[in-house]
Design a protein. Structure first.
Length: 338
């Protein structure tokens, strides 16, 4: 993959180092696209190398966490340097839609309406399903929990790994979803406290699925793709879809308004959601596609289709709006249950 005039710089106020790219003046024959991405390196490299090989589009990546990616787009709104944001949650995309350019992807009709912008400002690429992971060496396969409610049993105390919701958007969504699934109000939060009392709170999401895969923890509250990836690599990991319901969190792609390479940006949106590309991405990373015309049973892992899962309603905008005060509540619960 060719990347031009690359330098490393620490993003102001972000405390991380990201890849910052200054591109030479483009010519008509010089196809390129600047992609601001929060995806992990394996997924980025898979897609970036494929689009360069097939379409001759050279990708200039800027990698950072999703919040930092959006802050960068905001800081550049008067003079955009990026063309694409990718791997960003639905709530972040919708909250910053004024910075995005409308584009109706050629794959729009195979992606359900809840996973794309009604104004075509962003398009869903993949879905993260919240699941329970089980190490079948530590707990025989048939003896594991079947539901979120099963995790409240005191017999699991200290055996469940979970990410600190202060450090993980998916963990925050998981806790708030469960507060409603468990009855809502104080009743729901009391049961959340019972569950958290049984958990080991870890600082990073990767420590949860690594801990289950390596046998440090018998159970983990995690994301679907991680379980299949560890199982593929030989770990004794089973993915449990809770019988009382779960949710699918969308990540998507969008064209940045006023970016320097609009044609290549549109080509990238179509490429990353193309059926054969989504199948390739699933084979290598187990990212469930947002498009629903793919037979997952024929692909590695044999994932159930989305329609076969019990999905619960989740008001993402509401919980995003009250995140600060809700996180205070969650922190108090974690402290009280240690």
């Amino acid at each position: 993959m060719k990347i031009r005039n690359v330098a490393l710089r620490t993003l102001a106020g972000a405390g991380i180092t990201a890849l910052v790219v200054w591109s030479a003046p483009a010519t008509a024959q010089d196809k390129q696209v600047a992609v601001y991405t929060s995806n992990e390196a394996t997924l980025n490299e898979l897609v970036f190398s494929a689009i360069e090989k097939e379409a001759g589009i050279q990708v200039q990546p800027v990698t950072a966490g999703s919040g930092v990616v959006i802050k960068r787009v905001v800081s550049e709104k008067d003079r955009p340097q990026g063309d694409i944001v990718w791997g960003i949650s639905k709530s972040l995309l919708e909250a910053n839609k004024a910075l995005l350019a409308p584009y109706q992807s050629e794959h729009r009709d195979v992606i359900p309406a809840q996973f794309r912008s009604p104004e075509d400002l962003w398009t869903g690429t993949n879905l993260h399903v919240l699941v329970i992971l089980q190490n079948t060496n530590l707990i025989p396969e048939a003896e594991g929990p079947k539901s979120w409610a099963d995790l409240l049993d005191p017999k699991w105390k200290g055996k469940i790994a979970f990410t600190d919701p202060a450090n993980s958007g998916s963990a925050y969504a998981n806790v708030t979803m469960l507060s409603e699934l468990f009855g809502g109000g104080e009743e729901g939060w009391k049961k959340v406290a019972d569950l958290l009392r049984n958990t080991r709170i870890l600082s990073k999401s990767s420590l949860v699925f690594q801990g289950v895969g390596n046998g440090e923890y018998a159970l983990g509250i995690s994301l679907e793709y991680a379980g299949y990836l560890w199982a593929k690599n030989g770990a004794p990991v089973k993915v449990i879809y809770p019988s009382d319901g779960t949710m699918a969190m969308m990540e998507g792609v969008a064209v940045i308004q006023g970016g320097p390479n609009p044609d290549s940006a549109k080509a990238f949106v179509d490429f990353v959601n193309r059926k054969d590309m989504r199948e390739t991405i699933l084979k290598h990373t187990f990212r469930r596609p947002a498009r629903q015309d793919i037979d997952l049973s024929t692909l590695p892992g044999g994932m159930p289709s989305l329609s076969d899962l019990k999905l619960v309603e989740y008001d993402e905008p509401k919980w995003t709006a009250v995140r600060t005060e809700t996180m205070d509540k969650i922190r108090d619960i974690i402290l009280e249950t240690r």
